[in-house]
Design a protein around this ligand. Structure first.
Ligand code: DX5
Ligand code: ZN
Length: 227
């Protein structure tokens, strides 16, 4: 088992995304995390399938597409065709989450469900056995550069316990929001295995080095972890 790093390009220079991706890939990025926002579910608008398609052309690692949008069912095919390898959807917008998760999987894509900070872990109970990964938001979604919400550490533990109880030991936990060198080991110890980071990588003079350092910190957390 390893810890994987998914740099969020939300904090990169949108006029030079190809270069941003190349830098973090040189630093050992395992995925590129793409934040899709619609101005409805979250108060910000970012990018859609055409940009994801362009990113897929230049990225060497898989694209991890985080849909912060209402009615994600309408767009899953388009993001799959654009080159997403992982797609995550928010439980808060989906009355038929089971159908959505299976629709994503049927496209041959890893399906993830996302919990906002105020959304209880219990909302996953009936879907826990079916998901490929769970994304725990450690900030309220919408913007990069926000502060990590400390209660997220305990929430990761709860999600891990729920996944294990459901028999889904292979499902990974991803964590997103305010991740940096100061909390990476802690969230890994709690059970997170994919760390998203935007500000801590791209708002530094050397994103390649920042990625490498975050991966090292996360791996140390894993070595020390009892999980
Ligand atoms: C927030 C996004 C995150 C964000 C993470 O809505 O989902 O992926 O870009 O950025 P940092 O690491 O800056 O909190
Ligand atoms: Zn995200």
């Amino acid at each position: 088992m390893t810890v994987q790093i998914a740099p969020s390009i939300l904090s990169a220079d949108f006029a030079a995304l190809g270069e941003a991706i190349a830098r973090v890939e040189r630093g050992g990025a395992d995925f590129i995390h793409v934040d899709v926002m619609d101005g409805h579910f979250v108060p910000n608008i970012t990018i859609g399938p055409p940009v994801v398609k362009a990113l897929a052309r230049v990225a060497k690692v898989p694209l991890d597409v985080h849909l912060m949008i209402e009615e994600p069912d309408r767009y899953i095919d388009a993001f799959a065709a654009a080159g997403a390898s992982m797609i995550s959807v928010h439980v808060e917008v989906l009355p038929h989450l089971h159908r959505t998760v299976h629709a994503i999987k049927q496209l041959g894509i890893r399906a993830g469900v996302v919990l906002n900070p105020s959304t209880p872990v219990g909302t996953l109970e009936e879907i826990a056995a079916d998901v490929d990964f769970v994304l725990v938001m450690s900030v309220n979604p919408g913007f990069g550069g926000q502060s990590f919400i400390p209660g997220s550490v305990a929430k990761v533990r709860k999600v891990r316990d729920m996944l294990d109880r459901s028999g889904n030991r292979s499902a990974l936990i991803e964590i997103d929001g305010g991740i940096d060198l100061g909390n990476a080991a802690q969230v890994v110890d709690a059970g997170a295995r994919i760390l998203v980071a935007g500000n801590a990588l791209f708002n530094t003079p050397d994103p390649e080095r920042a990625t490498r350092e975050l991966k090292t910190a996360a791996s140390r957390g894993l070595a020390a972890s009892s999980r």
